[in-house]
Design a protein around this ligand. Structure first.
Ligand code: CMC
Length: 389
């Protein structure tokens, strides 16, 4: 039609209004419901931030305690659902496992009830927050061929998650509070980022009336790509390749600049940030602190710093305003904690879950919401005659 504008990648088109997250990409500012990300990362908890994103205000102490308690009570997975994992190969990518498991989860809980019923949305919110980490830890255990642990509901959300991943049935698992806090901080940093590809996917799927499980499962699949959440895994792969090939950082950067074989500097660049990603600043400090705490010397961290230094001083990156994004240093931390590379994007998904839920709910409450349905500019053939009558 005469009114259709062509906007590849939705660079200039807003699909909604939102009250959840504010980003100023030029200034490098990120706020959840008005609170600066730096303050939340320093002093808040994952569940407090989840509440803030979903309900709009910080919880009172008793609201937070009740929320935490409710989530602890919903961590168990149905025993039948556990058998779902045995149908998959141990080589399965955990992102595929968790998105499929969430679809499967809906078969247990998404009954004929009205999916727009507020009580139903409340309980689904709790179930998702409680069960996704357990499903994610089982995907990890499955890949290792190890037994699944029951959630330990005497532990906090993050400690429980660490134990489910790294504990085993034969030994007592000691929580390292420094690692636990570092992981919590990373989850907070990932909790929302307005209309990124996965959140837009959750909203688009949800706009059809599809339920929360289906919408979030779709969001996880959108997140898995290397240009989005999959970048944290791709960064470690890239660093490993640079180290193993022995080509050196300067030569690798030349190849990126010449766009040889389409090679990109993974963990660099962002659609919205044209300045240092405020999350990346915090992650970089955290990487140093975690490795020092563990007494780990990872040459990949040194390589990452060298790469950043060279790129930030180079005209190619300066002209295009390319800076490290949140994914550049996270993998180094996850690796030091003991997570395999394939789990990195799963950790992003657990972090982003409250944001996805908040957006799905905001969309459903907005009377202006319509089914998402982009236009196209048709450039195919005009009418022609089919050759056989
Ligand atoms: N390495 C080399 N060149 C790059 C990079 C990069 N990482 N990112 C962008 N460019 C170049 C791009 O080739 C283009 O150059 P030219 O003008 O010569 O064609 C210019 O910079 C503008 O880039 P663009 O592709 O138009 O930017 P975009 O907004 O469409 O893409 C992006 C944003 C994040 C997909 C992209 O920067 C990228 O692919 N980065 C690497 C993957 C990555 O780290 N993704 C994680 C993003 S942050 C967390 C998340 O959202 O999950």
């Amino acid at each position: 039609t005469g009114y259709t504008t062509l906007d590849y990648g939705f660079v200039n088109t807003a699909a909604t209004k939102s009250e959840i997250t504010y980003i100023d990409g030029d200034a490098g500012i990120l706020r959840y419901r008005g609170y600066p990300i730096e303050q939340l990362a320093a002093s808040s908890s994952y569940l407090e931030v989840a509440w803030l994103l979903i309900y709009g205000e910080l919880p009172t102490e008793s609201e937070l305690a009740a929320f935490d308690e409710r989530i602890r009570r919903h961590t168990l997975l149905h025993e039948d659902l556990k058998r779902f994992f045995s149908a998959l190969p141990h080589t399965a990518h955990p992102m595929a496992v968790i998105s499929s498991a969430l679809s499967a989860l809906s078969t247990y809980y998404e009954t004929s009830d009205d999916p727009k019923d507020p009580e139903h949305i409340e309980i689904t919110t709790i179930r998702l927050l409680a069960k996704l980490p357990v499903i994610a830890a089982y995907a990890h255990k499955k890949s290792l061929g190890q037994a699944f642990l029951y959630p330990d509901n005497s532990l906090s959300f993050v400690d429980n998650y660490l134990k489910l991943n790294f504990g085993n049935l034969a030994e007592v698992y000691d929580i390292d509070p420094v690692l636990s806090r570092a992981l919590e901080r990373l989850l907070i940093l990932h909790a929302d980022h307005e209309q990124n590809a996965s959140t837009s996917t959750v909203r688009l799927v949800g706009s059809t009336g599809a339920n929360l499980y289906a919408s979030i499962s779709a969001g996880i699949n959108a997140l898995s790509g290397p240009l989005h959440g999959g970048a944290n895994e791709a960064v470690l792969e890239m660093l490993g390749q640079i180290r193993d090939s022995g080509e050196g950082v300067a030569r690798f950067v030349e190849r990126v600049k010449n766009k040889e074989d389409g090679v990109k500097l993974m963990g660099f660049g962002h659609r919205v940030y044209k300045n240092y990603d405020p999350r990346a600043k915090i992650v970089k400090e955290s990487a140093d602190a975690v490795l020092e705490h563990l007494g780990v010397q990872d040459p990949l961290l040194d390589l990452a710093k060298e790469l950043e230094q060279i790129a930030l001083e180079d005209d190619y990156f300066k002209e295009r305003r390319l800076y490290p994004n949140v994914d550049f240093y996270t993998g180094v931390i996850y690796k030091a904690m003991g997570f395999p590379e394939r789990m990195f994007t799963v950790l992003f998904a657990i972090g982003r879950l409250p944001g996805w839920i908040a957006h799905w709910r905001e969309m459903n409450l907005d009377p202006q919401t319509k089914i998402g349905r982009p236009q196209q500019l048709y450039i195919g053939p005009g009418e022609r005659e089919f050759p056989r009558s």
